[in-house]
Design a protein around this ligand. Sequence first.
Ligand SMILES: N[C@@H](CCC(=O)N[C@@H](CS)C(=O)NCC(=O)O)C(=O)O
Length: 260
Amino acid sequence: MTTLFGWGPMFATRGPSPFVLKTDIQLQMLGVAFDRRMADLDAVKKHKAPYVEDEGEIIEDSTFIRWRFERKLERDLDAGLSEAERGQAWALERMLEDRLNMIMLAERWLEDRNFFKGPAQFFARVPEAMRAQVMEEVRTGMRAMMERHGILRHSRGERLQLAAKDIEAVARVVGDDELKLKRFPWAAIYALSPFVTMFREMIEMRYLWRRPLRLDNAKLVAFLGGEPRTELDAAIGATLAAMGCLDGSDPAVGMLATAA
Ligand SMILES: N[C@@H](CCC(=O)N[C@@H](CS)C(=O)NCC(=O)O)C(=O)O
């Protein structure tokens, strides 16, 4: 029995963590039968996901997980690569995961514009009354970690220059063309629309790609005669009860109850 611990699904993908996603794909490439469960970082030594439980053993870190199954199944995900390509693959992976990832984390977590579109959603299940405070604490922790690491000692402009160079290096190795964003092939969608219902529907909805959209609930409110809203106290009470925090047995109760 093999279980991959990570998070998700989210953002219309299997999960928000590039590392968990990589391991998920590698396990599939290796033909491992596994199920997926939510990670509990406090339950593992390295306090990171992905981790895997396999035959009762916990394996942490995407690289060690890959090596374990390559060894166990006598498979090599780099099969077919030359010696130089193996070296390049490892060097690129290290650069992307150990350097570009830090720059990406700074962008995702510390830039408000990005944070509220992305990682803020990880906190959706924290009761609203304490959500802002919890998010602030986590972001402060991330900032301190990045300061210690050193990436934050570069200015944002310098970080983005380094990121551009990293991405350029990948483009040089794998060939620039494959990384270029291409225009969506609307001509083909139009040409095939007499035969494919979905393409006809995409054309009908094409305006959504072209103009901004704002939903307005005025009609609904007029119809209902007002917008029913759950009172904050009732919402928090129901959330805490559903989380099993109101029977006094959970150590988090004190903290949550005080905050509520
Ligand atoms: N070297 C690790 C990196 C994994 C990693 O950074 N995971 C992040 C999520 S994308 C994490 O669990 N962070 C939580 C923490 O650092 O406390 C690997 O390859 O598995």
